[in-house]
Design a protein around this ligand. Structure first.
Ligand code: GRF
Length: 209
């Protein structure tokens, strides 16, 4: 049984997609060992509770540094014997303390077609604002391995979505999020199946529209 840790800071709809995939056996031999949030009011924690999944809120204010915060997470994940960490709307930048402790075992979902529209400050609606401002004809979402660079790790899989002439930030965000819920499950499958530290040829897993 492969054990996942999901880190989330918000509503947790991507977490819910993983929970549902396990329930409907789209994801087999996988369990969510723990959900961790840096936000006390993250609905992701409630989703975990509703599904009898261990969850913990870690208050960053209780730690002297981001490294100490991540050291605490490393300790929890080691005791939980976690095979893969999924960042599902986790808005805290990981330090090397956590990344190096789980090298190539951390994946993140990003609401754009990386490497475009990623990096520092590119999260949530800001991503879709930038995409629309750039008059892109399509957008999408990406699952990638987490490395020290923000949103720079090898891409595992991507899904494109069209941009419609009357799209707003909200309509585009909703269309992308709908695809994220499928892609995050695909990304978990691929990350767990990759025998090498990072899929040697992540492009071979790209899933175009
Ligand atoms: C998603 O758009 C994801 O791409 C980004 O944060 C959002 C999380 O949404 N990293 P949710 O909390 O999973 O609903």
């Amino acid at each position: 049984m492969k054990r996942l840790a999901v880190l989330a800071s918000g509503s947790g709809s991507n977490l819910q997609a993983i929970i549902d995939a396990i329930k409907n056996k789209d994801l087999t031999d996988v369990e969510i060992a723990i959900v961790i949030s840096n936000k006390k009011d993250a609905y992701a924690l409630e989703r975990a509770n509703l599904n009898n999944i261990k969850s913990i809120f870690l208050n960053p204010k209780n730690f002297n540094s981001n490294e100490d915060f991540d050291k605490k997470i490393v300790g929890i994940l080691k005791t939980q014997d976690v095979d893969l960490i999924v960042l599902a709307g986790y808005l805290k930048i990981l330090t090397g303390t956590l990344i190096n402790a789980f090298e190539n075992k951390i994946i993140n979902i990003h609401p754009a077609l990386l490497p475009d529209f990623g990096g520092k400050g590119m999260y949530g609606k800001k991503v879709h604002e930038a995409v629309l401002k750039n008059n892109e004809k399509e957008s999408g979402c990406s699952v990638h391995y987490v490395t020290l660079g923000i949103d720079e790790g090898p891409v595992i899989c991507q899904k494109k979505v069209p941009i419609l002439p009357d799209d707003t930030v909200d309509t585009l965000a909703a269309r992308v999020l709908e695809e994220e819920h499928k892609l995050i499950v695909e990304g978990v499958k691929l990350a767990l199946s990759c025998k090498v530290i990072a899929c040697k040829d992540p492009t071979k897993y790209n899933i175009s529209s």
